[in-house]
Design a protein around this ligand. Structure first.
Ligand code: DGL
Length: 257
């Protein structure tokens, strides 16, 4: 990334391919904006690292995106939002920095007396941010939070139609089949395997944070007078710390999925 190469663009990042599920919501809400997406696939999965490691990795990425001229940052990763959003906002108070969090609120509001299953990375489930979310919304329904170790890393590999993926999901959450009324996808990788999760858990409603994040980005850009004009031509570009043609082709295929 060169200085000012992405001047006026929105920088979006995740540990790898997952944030592309958020990117799709961003493009749909704000088609006139230009988005540069950075996937840190060389260091995925974030959810099984320490919070300090994720903070340092996130900081390095944001520094590069801002150095390249980005006007706003979307942390398209629940794990990095939990580990780094507060510190990044403190470090760059002048920049709109939007995070993503498990969509527990809409799931609980729509499922007052039912059971809500939250699937997320081990770090997201463990950190304080999720504990606060549980304190705020967890009493409206019976909430079961399951750390899905290994699932984001498996999705990073692609080959989403292979049988081992459904087997992995079954080993993580299969015991809840038939006993949950809603599922929160609390990791941005998981919307890409919603079909496989449905095979295991059945046809209950699913919630993810993509659309809410896109609305929040729009609000913040409006507030800061940074929205691209209605007539502007939008754009999307992909960058990865695993910078190979195969990896970038994988990103493109997730974007078009
Ligand atoms: N996609 C990320 C999230 O939303 C991180 C997954 C990972 O790298 O463990 O939490």
């Amino acid at each position: 990334m060169n200085a000012d190469e992405y001047k006026g663009w929105v920088g979006v990042f995740d540990s790898g391919v997952g944030g592309i599920s958020v990117l799709r919501a961003l493009v749909s809400e704000l088609p006139q904006e230009r988005f540069v997406y950075f996937g840190d696939s060389a260091h995925a999965p974030y959810g099984e690292k320490t919070p300090k490691e994720v903070l340092d990795l996130s900081h390095g990425i944001v520094e590069r995106l801002l150095g390249a001229g980005c006007k706003a940052i979307v942390i398209a990763c629940n794990t990095a939002t939990s580990a780094a959003a507060a510190q990044l906002r403190a470090a760059y108070p002048e920049v709109p920095i939007i995070g993503v969090e498990p969509a527990l609120k809409p799931a609980v509001l729509a499922t007052p007396d039912g059971a809500v299953l939250v699937m997320a990375t081990p770090m997201t489930v463990r950190l304080e941010k999720f504990q606060h979310l549980m304190e705020e919304w967890g009493s409206g329904a019976r909430v079961i939070a399951v750390p899905c170790e290994g699932l984001a890393a498996r999705i990073e590999q692609g080959r989403l139609q292979d049988a081992d993926l459904v087997e992995l999901i079954d080993s993580l959450v299969g015991s809840y089949a038939g006993s949950v009324d809603a599922v929160v996808l609390g990791c941005t990788h998981y919307p890409f395997v919603i079909g496989q999760i449905r095979q295991v858990l059945g046809g209950v409603p699913f919630y993810d944070g993509g659309a809410g994040t896109a609305r929040q980005l729009k609000r913040r850009l409006e507030e800061c007078g940074l929205l691209a004009s209605e007539e502007a031509a939008g754009a999307v570009e992909f960058l990865s710390s695993k910078d190979t043609p195969e990896e970038l082709a994988l990103y493109q295929s997730f974007f078009e999925a």
